[in-house]
Design a binder for this molecule. Structure first.
Ligand SMILES: N[C@@H](CCC(=O)N[C@@H](CS)C(=O)NCC(=O)O)C(=O)O
Length: 213
């Protein structure tokens, strides 16, 4: 069996796919595709992901892109602990949390805050304060929604970990590196406890990258 993941350790979406593979106990090879490298996007990557994004995935010749689809496939195609609840309402919440991460947390939390505060600082570039200010309320709303979905459960969609946790954790790991992200998290004590639980998982340690060193 061959499982290939094309992506980069710094990418939050690549990390979500790696977390799912790791939690399922699937052996895979990470083929480095550096979309932000000096040479730009390697042109051959467009044959795997026509929009030039990472990750892309392949299992014994079956090629797939879009992280949410990869995560569902990994859960359904491989043995290991189930990563999707069977209850219709819990599953709907899982899909809602994933969609909130994709639509709002990624653009406003990762790009609007983490990239402005952390990535740009590493390059010696000043943050665009207007961009940060306009992203803050939306990132805060993401935290509030995730905290509401979590409630007093151990994981986002119940007592067991689900794909929603694996989708959200890499993005929140980025935010946890910023002052703003930490205070948004601390505003929701249950979410802060959930974060500690996620951060302690072996899969998170195995996939730690420049985003949360
Ligand atoms: N909808 C895609 C989004 C993936 C995505 O945005 N990946 C980022 C890295 S975390 C990327 O490839 N960015 C490169 C770019 O936008 O040029 C998915 O779910 O896989």
């Amino acid at each position: 069996m061959t499982v290939l993941l094309y992506g980069a350790p710094y990418s939050v979406y690549t990390r979500s796919a790696r977390l799912a593979l790791s939690e399922k106990g699937v052996d895979y090879t990470l083929e480095m595709v550096d979309v932000h490298g000096p040479g730009g996007l390697p042109p051959e990557h467009l044959t795997r992901q026509p929009f030039g994004k990472i990750p892309a995935f392949e299992h014994d010749g079956f090629a797939l892109f879009e992280t949410a689809a990869i995560l569902r496939y990994v859960d359904e195609a491989f043995a290991g602990p189930a990563l999707q609840p069977t209850d219709a309402k819990a599953r709907a919440r899982m899909n809602q949390a994933i969609s909130v991460c994709d639509s709002y947390l990624y653009p406003h939390g990762v790009w609007g805050i983490f990239v402005e505060r952390v990535s740009k600082a590493r390059r010696g570039v000043a943050a665009d304060e207007q961009k940060v200010a306009s992203s803050l309320p939306k990132a805060a709303a993401c935290h509030a929604v995730l905290a509401e979905i979590l409630g007093d459960q151990g994981y986002l969609c119940g007592a067991a970990m689900s794909l929603a946790d694996l989708h959200a954790a890499p993005m929140l790991a980025c935010l946890a590196m910023t002052e703003e992200g930490r205070s948004m998290m601390m505003a929701h004590p249950q979410l802060a406890q959930w974060w500690q639980r996620m951060a302690a998982r072996a899969s998170m340690a195995q996939t730690r990258a420049i985003t949360d060193v």
